[in-house]
Design a protein around this ligand. Sequence first.
Ligand SMILES: C[S@@+](CC[C@H](N)C(=O)[O-])C[C@H]1O[C@@H](n2cnc3c(N)ncnc32)[C@H](O)[C@@H]1O
Length: 217
Amino acid sequence: MRNVTRSAKLRYKHGMNELAFSAPAERNKKPILDVLRTLLPAQGRALEIACGTGQHVVWFAANLPQWTWQPTDQTADLFPDIMVRIGEARLVNVQPPQLLNVLTGSWPNEYERHDLIYCANMLHIAPWACCAGLMRGAAEHLAPGGRLVTYGPYLEDEVPTAEGNLKFDAALRAENTDWGIRRREDVESVAHAAGLQLAARHAMPANNLLLVWQRPG
Ligand SMILES: C[S@@+](CC[C@H](N)C(=O)[O-])C[C@H]1O[C@@H](n2cnc3c(N)ncnc32)[C@H](O)[C@@H]1O
């Protein structure tokens, strides 16, 4: 498989007929699913933002079969790999991936609402403006009672930052000055401006957080 490291750039091993592969996504998909199971109703419609290799969406769809899944990303580069993954898993509850750039405001299925909007590991590997784009789009496209889930590393004022996250943050900023691990409190401010509030914070393995965002009330 082509390898996607946790580094800022997607780096692939080259090879014929190999799928792009993220080792971190493979490690964190089960802990994330375990939390999603505690949050989600038995069935619903999910939209994934920044789906990357598609490992998460295929895993979630296989394990939450009453949910339908729409993966999206700003680039179609890995869509062929995702289609292969969906086919190999014989999933009927995942739609073909669609282009969605959170900065453009053009979201698929725009007349439909989503019970879950899921976005892992985008906020720190994208310009800060993507946070506002994500929050505004989610506030607009969540069904009543729906949740936005974000996953990844964050800085927090009251929590000492793990050494690994400090190094990761420095590496991100060295690679692209628009990137970097975000302060959870800053993300909260942007969410509030869009009409969402932080409903739950789950500490996850490897110093990551899973954050749940909802409309008030
Ligand atoms: C590190 S990968 C994360 C992939 C996957 N969610 C995971 O956790 O393995 C970051 C992803 O964010 C996507 N991305 C970056 N900027 C974006 C934007 N403006 N809108 C949508 N996706 C974006 C990239 O294309 C890439 O697939």
